[in-house]
Write a protein that binds this ligand. Structure first.
Ligand code: GUN
Ligand code: ZN
Length: 455
C-alpha cells in the first residue's frame, strides 16, 4: 500500500460539524495544511503547526488558493448530459419533447459508457466529487455509471429510473420488473466500494400505485438505500398528481403511503409544498434538493427557503442537469442566491457552501466519509483559484495601480476573505476556477496545459 504522506498548503475552509448557522460555525485556516495518507485525511491545522509534525511529508504548495471539501450534487440526471440547454418548454412538454427521446439512447451500452465518461469529467472539472444522479430506465445505464465511478474510487449514488405509465412505451418497465431489476442492482452495487444505490421512481405521475408499492417493499427491505424522486416541481404536475392519486391529502402523502419518506429520501424541487408537507419532510429526516438553475430554466417556481429553514428541513443544493444549466455547484449557488434575493432572505456564501458539502453529508449519514476535511474522511477536496481569468483576477486583486487596488489578498499567498471569493466565483466563475479536484487523495482533473496540448 502507498503510505506516502502529502501535505497540501493553502487557505482551507470547511464545516467540521452540523450547524444551522454556517456563517458562524465554519473553520478557516488562512495559511493551512491538510495531511493526506492512503486516500484519507490524517490531519488539518495551521501550516506552521502541522508542518513540524510531518517533516518528511511531500509538500504541495497551493498558496493563494482555497481548498474546500469536494462538492455534493444531490440531484441530477446523467442521461440528460447531451440535452442540456434545450429551448423553450416547461416541465411536462420538456420531458416529452427532449428528455424521453434522449433517454431512449441508453438502450445501447456503448452510449451508456460514452456518456458516463463525459458526465464524470464534467463533475470533476467543476469540483463535484459525489453525485446523487438518476440513471435511465435501463439497468445497464446504472452498471455503466457505477463502473466508471468505481474506476475513480468516487463516492457515487445512482439508481435505475422506474416508470410504468404516462411515458413512451419504449421506456416503460412494470411494477414487477422495476422491483426485480432494482433489487438485482442493489445486490450488485450497494455498498460495493464507495457506491451506494438509490431507488428511483421518476415521479408519481409515471409510476402506477402498484409500482410505488413494489418499490416501497424494497425500501423496507433495504433501510439504508437512498430513495430519489421529484416532488412538487411544476403547477401542472401537482394538479396531475391530484387527479391520479385523488385519495391522498397532498403530493408528499403519495410517497409517504408507499414508505418512501424517510432518512436518505431526497426529493428534487419541493417548490409548491404546503405546511403539512414541510412538516412531514422535517419529521422524516428526508432532504429537499434545491435545484435553482433548473427551476429558473423551466420556469417551475421559486424554492421557499424560509419555509425550509423554519421547518428545519435539510436543504441540499443540486444542479438537476439537464434541466439545470450548469454542472458547476458554485454557479448553482449563484442562482440560489438570486432567488433568495427575490425573497429578501439572501443565502450567504457559507450557507451556499454548507448546502453542497457538510449539510447533505450529515443528512445522508455520510459525514464520517465525505462533506468535510475532518481526519478520517476521504481526501475528496477541491482547489479553487481566484485567478482563473482576467476578470476574476481583477475582481480579486483589484486594478494594478496603487491608487485603486482593493485586494483582500495583498500578497497573493493567502485567501483572507474566503466568503467573498466563493461569492465572486458563484457569479463570475466557471470550471476554470477549479484548479484541481482530488478524489480519495488522487488529483483527477486534467490540468489546463494538457488540454491545450491535446487541442
Ligand atoms: N420530473 C420528472 N422527471 C423529471 C426530469 O427528468 N427532470 C426534471 N427537472 N423534472 C422531472
Ligand atoms: Zn430532476
Amino acid at each position: 500500500m502507498n503510505t506516502k504522506v502529502v501535505l497540501y498548503r493553502a487557505s482551507i475552509l470547511h464545516f467540521p460539524e452540523a450547524t444551522d448557522v454556517p456563517s458562524r460555525d465554519y473553520v478557516h485556516f488562512v495559511d493551512g495544511g491538510l495531511v493526506v495518507v492512503n486516500g484519507k485525511i490524517l490531519a488539518l491545522d495551521e501550516y506552521a503547526v502541522i508542518f513540524p509534525k510531518h517533516p518528511t511529508a511531500e509538500v504541495v504548495d497551493y498558496r493563494g488558493r482555497l481548498i474546500v471539501p469536494g462538492f455534493l450534487d444531490s440531484h441530477l440526471h446523467f442521461p440528460q448530459t447531451e440535452m442540456i440547454a434545450k429551448y423553450g418548454e416547461q416541465l411536462l412538454e420538456w420531458l416529452e419533447n427532449y428528455t424521453f427521446p434522449t433517454e431512449d439512447k441508453f438502450k445501447d451500452m456503448n452510449y451508456c459508457r460514452y456518456i458516463a465518461q463525459i458526465f464524470l469529467r464534467q463533475l470533476i472539472d467543476n469540483g463535484t466529487t459525489t453525485a446523487l444522479t438518476f440513471a435511465s430506465v435501463h439497468s445497464q445505464s446504472v452498471d455503466a455509471m457505477f463502473e466508471a465511478a468505481s474506476q475513480l474510487n468516487m463516492a457515487f449514488i445512482t439508481g435505475k429510473v422506474c416508470m410504468d405509465r404516462h411515458c413512451p412505451t419504449y421506456l416503460q418497465d412494470t411494477a414487477s420488473s422495476a422491483q426485480r431489476q432494482s433489487d438485482d442492482l442493489i445486490q450488485r452495487w450497494h455498498g460495493k466500494g464507495r457506491n451506494l444505490y438509490a431507488l428511483t421512481p421518476r415521479f408519481a405521475p409515471t409510476s402506477s400505485p402498484e409500482q410505488l408499492a413494489s418499490l416501497g417493499e424494497l425500501a423496507q427491505q433495504y433501510p439504508d438505500v437512498f430513495i430519489q424522486t421529484h416532488l412538487s416541481e411544476n403547477a401542472h404536475e401537482v394538479a396531475w398528481v391530484k387527479e391520479l392519486y385523488p385519495t391522498h391529502t397532498n403530493y408528499l402523502d403519495v410517497y409517504e403511503h408507499f414508505n418512501m419518506v424517510r432518512k436518505r429520501s431526497v426529493f428534487g424541487h419541493c417548490l409548491h409544498l404546503n405546511n403539512d408537507e414541510w412538516a412531514q419532510l422535517s419529521e422524516s429526516g428526508a432532504v429537499s434538493a434545491f435545484c435553482p438553475s433548473s427551476n429558473l430554466f423551466l420556469g417551475s417556481g421559486l424554492f421557499d427557503i424560509q419555509s425550509a429553514k423554519e421547518h428545519k428541513v435539510s436543504i441540499a443544493l443540486a444542479s438537476d442537469v439537464g434541466a439545470g444549466t450548469s454542472f458547476n455547484m458554485l454557479r448553482n449557488y449563484g442562482d440560489a442566491y438570486k432567488i433568495s434575493q427575490l425573497q429578501q432572505s439572501p443565502i450567504n456564501p457559507y450557507e451556499g457552501l454548507y448546502y453542497m458539502t457538510q449539510g447533505p453529508a450529515i443528512a445522508y449519514d455520510l459525514s464520517d466519509n465525505i462533506g468535510n476535511l475532518n481526519p478520517g474522511s476521504y481526501a475528496d477536496f477541491v482547489v479553487l483559484t481566484p485567478l482563473a481569468n482576467e476578470l476574476s483576477k481583477l475582481r480579486h486583486l483589484g486594478a494594478n495601480t496603487t491608487s485603486t487596488a482593493t485586494s483582500n489578498n495583498a500578497d497573493q499567498t493567502t485567501v483572507e476573505n474566503a466568503s467573498d471569493m466563493i461569492f465572486a466565483l458563484s457569479m463570475i466563475g466557471d470550471d476554470r476556477a477549479v484548479e484541481a479536484t482530488y478524489i480519495a487523495g488522487k488529483q483527477q482533473k486534467t490540468p489546463m496545459e494538457n488540454l491545450n496540448a491535446l487541442a
